[in-house]
Design a protein around this ligand. Structure first.
Ligand code: DX5
Ligand code: ZN
Length: 220
């Protein structure tokens, strides 16, 4: 069976007890720690930024998976690298041209950090074709970025399927991650469609029993 990796998003965690919250998902075996950065401009919400990422740097046995929902991502890449990002994912829609996208991927790689691209729910997955050979990760949004706790949009499934088939046919290496509305049901739909990493926020951090909810992401 294909291995599925979990990327808990701390957006809906208890920030007053962030260390305890992160330790819970680390103990449960999560591979990635998903850090949602929002600037109130690219998305209609403000979350957290560099100081929070710095504070988790090197503390946990998880990969720091930073999701930049910000305008002008290039301006801040170096700061996010220094803060301890292992993967830096920017939004396709935040840039003006394919040249800018290519340039930003190269720029992130120049620091020895993995580069990811994310697309919003209304963006065609085929816009990513020019970058699939060199990108490390694709993040498919299954909700409109900006807030946790929204309903999973089924339209993301065909994007995941496309990326999964294309990856196999062309023997490529990019990881396929899905973000938004993941629970015990949508996790199965997304993984069947080809998702390899599941971002999961409120279903874990607002759970009555986080251990049960975590396990239910995998069970058939
Ligand atoms: C939405 C963020 C997500 C979000 C996921 O803009 O990118 O990572 O926190 O939260 P849930 O799992 O609650 O949809
Ligand atoms: Zn995210």
């Amino acid at each position: 069976m294909k291995k599925i990796f979990i990327a808990p998003s701390i957006l809906n965690a208890d920030f007053l007890h962030l260390d305890d919250e992160i330790k819970k998902v680390e103990t449960l075996g999560a591979t990635y720690l998903h850090l949602d950065v929002m600037d109130g401009h690219f998305v209609p919400n403000i979350s957290f930024g560099i100081p929070v990422i710095e504070s988790v740097k090197g503390k946990y046995n998880m990969v720091n998976d930073v999701h930049l929902m910000i305008s002008e991502p290039k301006k801040y890449i170096e700061k996010f690298v220094r803060a301890g990002s292992d993967i830096l994912t920017f939004h396709y829609e935040a840039l003006k041209s394919d040249d800018e996208v290519n340039d930003l991927i190269d720029f992130i790689h120049s620091f020895g950090v993995k580069a990811g691209i994310s697309i919003k729910t209304n963006t065609d997955v085929k816009v990513l074709l020019p970058f699939l050979e060199k990108i490390d990760l694709i993040l498919i949004m299954s909700v409109e970025p900006g807030f946790g706790g929204q309903k999973f949009l089924l339209s993301s499934l065909e994007k995941l399927e496309f990326l999964s088939i294309y990856k196999k046919e062309n023997n490529l290496k990019y990881l396929i991650e899905v973000d938004g509305g993941i629970n015990n049901e949508t996790s199965k739909l997304a993984t069947k469609a080809g998702a390899e990493i599941l971002v999961c926020g409120s279903y874990l951090f607002k759970a009555k029993n986080i251990k049960e909810n975590y396990a239910s992401l995998f069970e058939e």
